[in-house]
Design a protein around this ligand. Structure first.
Ligand code: FES
Length: 220
């Protein structure tokens, strides 16, 4: 009887793996670099596109009902979260400024209306205070003094206070009037509130720098 011939088991040969060529290696490095670059670029675009300040926090927009505006010539109202003083400049403020500091009438003529004064002293950055008995702002650090209009009249500061841009808007949110720069990019105007003003928007991300003011008593 013929015995069935059995084949001896043989070890399997592992499939051969071709080594990565230099060209492939460089391609993978290039692809990884491009992916990283695109991720970074996309992140940067998102970073700049998304507003970084929320409404109601410093750097963002504050919206106030028009009833929050103080009466003309009265004491300013402090908004600590927005770092501004809201002032309503009346004819009394203007007359007092011109009679006590005549040079300012020529150098920084005023109109009635609302300003949002940045709370930081333009000398070295202290917080100045409102002093009702003197009807002006005074800085406790080195004695700079500013009128309700934001005009510096004494002390080592060498310019007027900075202001934030104020918009007067109606009930539909349309802008009726807003702060304008009076001298190039300097010296923000007071905003006269047109009839129909329902709210004020104060943008603490947009600041107009005060003009140079270095004379004793105020003036260029
Ligand atoms: S910081 Fe205000 S006077 Fe110096």
């Amino acid at each position: 009887m013929a015995a069935a011939a059995r084949e001896a088991p043989t070890a399997k040969t592992p499939p051969s793996v071709a080594p990565m060529s230099r060209r492939e290696f460089l391609y993978y490095i290039w692809a990884a670099s491009m992916a990283l670059f695109l991720a970074e670029t996309g992140g940067a675009i998102l970073w700049f596109a998304v507003p970084r300040f929320k409404a109601g926090e410093f750097g963002g927009v504050f919206e106030l009902d028009v009833t929050a505006v103080p009466a003309p010539d009265s004491d300013p109202v402090s908004y600590d979260a927005g770092r501004f003083w809201l002032v309503n400049i009346g004819q009394g403020d203007i007359d007092r400024q011109y009679s006590e500091h005549p040079q300012t009438q020529t150098d920084y003529p005023q109109t009635q209306g609302v300003k949002a004064l940045y709370k930081i002293c333009v000398h070295l950055g202290c917080l100045y205070k409102w002093v009702p008995t003197n009807h002006r702002f005074e800085c406790p650090c080195h004695g700079s003094k500013y009128l309700p209009t934001g005009i510096r009249v004494d002390g080592p500061a060498r310019r007027n206070l900075d202001v934030f841009i104020v918009q007067a808007v109606d009930a539909n949110g349309s802008v009726l009037a807003q702060t304008e720069a009076l001298a190039g990019n300097l010296e923000g105007s007071a905003v006269t509130l047109p009839s129909g003003t329902a709210k004020l928007r104060i943008d603490t991300g947009k600041r107009i720098v005060g003009e140079v003011n270095s004379k004793p008593g105020g003036g260029k």
